[in-house]
Design a protein around this ligand. Structure first.
Ligand code: SF4
Length: 373
């Protein structure tokens, strides 16, 4: 249950956007902020791509994007869509034929910029294909590939140019009476992306797909995304997110979720609250948290667990968590359940014991009527 009504300093007022559907996943309006990722296998390698989609979905991805660079990929897409547990977005650049093929293959959404497809006739054909197959569209403006006339007008990539590009593409879809679209204005520069998204948010009610593009490796990209996306989400901007990392798509999903969890915007799995540890620790906090993170990956029920080295902060943190463990003396510590001290447990058995307690609590929460996110 949300406690935001008694903790107003935690409130985030989401920008009001239109709701569209990406397959069976609502994006925008009051819908939960969805987490996306993208496969990096060859799309023509159906088995590898499906395995990656499934792994991402298992990690919590609501939507997965797949590149469709050629006709063979369009053919593969059909099989991938059939096998995928989540809606598939087809990533198309320039080739209007690929857009039509992807819509026919069952893509839930096309990532395509209508202004870059070519003649008005081709634009019309792609939009018709999307409409006929219940496919939404994501306009994906990227600071690195802005239209030439905008670069000439503005001199260099900048938020104004990105927003103008986005609004131009929006106009084309609206002129075709097509409204099932969302939009992104990504840049690898956090300042540019944040400024572009803020401007865009004021000029359209379309759902917004957030991303910091080419953010970098797991560590640096996570930090960049947490700062860029975190700030925007905190302002209430963003209906779906993708964290771009030079890493496994599963990591992108995990990072996306962690950003949303930190802001109380989505809840999934065990939120572990742990201390950094110091000389006072009654057990090895770091190793324990590492082990628990792995052992609790299968829990999808939103819940909290505090793992605190000693009584300085342990009882206080345990008050606010579903399950807690606080280190004590003589090789054992105190287990807390629903905020109350429950029983002692020896350090050598505590990991198995905590996993059991968390699994039990997850079952209880699942059985409770208001357990759902
Ligand atoms: S809770 Fe205790 S062990 Fe953990 S960092 Fe604080 S003082 Fe150190």
């Amino acid at each position: 249950m949300s406690l935001n009504h008694v903790r107003p300093w935690r409130n985030i007022y989401r920008r009001k956007s239109r709701r569209i559907m990406v397959g069976d996943v609502p994006v925008g309006g009051e819908a939960p902020i969805s987490v996306q990722t993208m496969t990096n296998t060859l799309t023509t390698d159906v088995a590898a791509t499906v395995a990656q989609v499934q792994a991402a979905a298992e990690a919590g991805a609501d939507i997965v994007r797949v590149s469709v660079p050629d006709e063979a990929s369009s053919r593969a897409l059909k099989e991938i869509v059939r096998e995928s547990p989540v809606p598939i977005v087809a990533d198309i650049h320039f080739h209007y034929r690929r857009g039509i093929e992807a819509a026919e293959a069952g893509a839930a959404c096309l990532r395509i910029n209508p202004g870059n497809i070519g003649s008005p006739e081709r634009v019309r054909e792609v939009i018709s294909a999307a409409r006929d197959h219940g496919c939404s569209i994501r306009i994906g403006v990227n600071a690195g590939s802005l239209e030439k006339h905008l670069l000439e007008k503005y001199g260099e990539p900048c938020p104004d140019a990105m927003v103008e590009s986005g609004l131009d593409h929006i106009r084309i879809l609206q002129d075709h009476d097509f409204h099932e679209f969302k939009i992104s204005v990504k840049a690898s520069d956090v300042f540019m992306a944040a400024a572009a998204y803020q401007q865009l948010a004021e000029q359209t009610d379309a759902p917004i797909h957030l991303g910091i593009t080419e953010a970098g490796g797991l560590m640096s990209g996570t930090i960049k995304s947490a700062i860029g996306l975190g700030n925007l989400l905190w302002m209430g901007i963003g209906d779906t997110i993708r964290v771009s990392l030079s890493a496994d798509p599963v990591e992108e999903v995990k990072v996306g979720y962690e950003i949303l969890k930190s802001l109380g915007l989505r809840h999934r799995g065990v939120n572990i609250i742990s201390c950094p540890s110091c000389a006072r620790q009654g057990f090895d906090v770091i190793k324990t948290v590492e082990a628990l993170e792995k052992r609790l990956e299968h829990i999808k029920t939103p819940m909290s667990l505090s793992i605190i080295g000693c009584v300085v902060n342990g009882p206080g943190e345990a008050l606010m968590t579903d399950v807690g463990f606080t280190g004590g003396g003589a090789g054992s510590g105190m287990v807390y359940l629903a905020g109350k001290a429950s029983h002692k447990m020896t350090n050598d058995q505590m990991i198995d014991h905590i996993v059991e307690q968390v699994e039990r609590r997850a079952e209880e929460l699942e059985a409770a009527p208001d357990a759902a996110e």
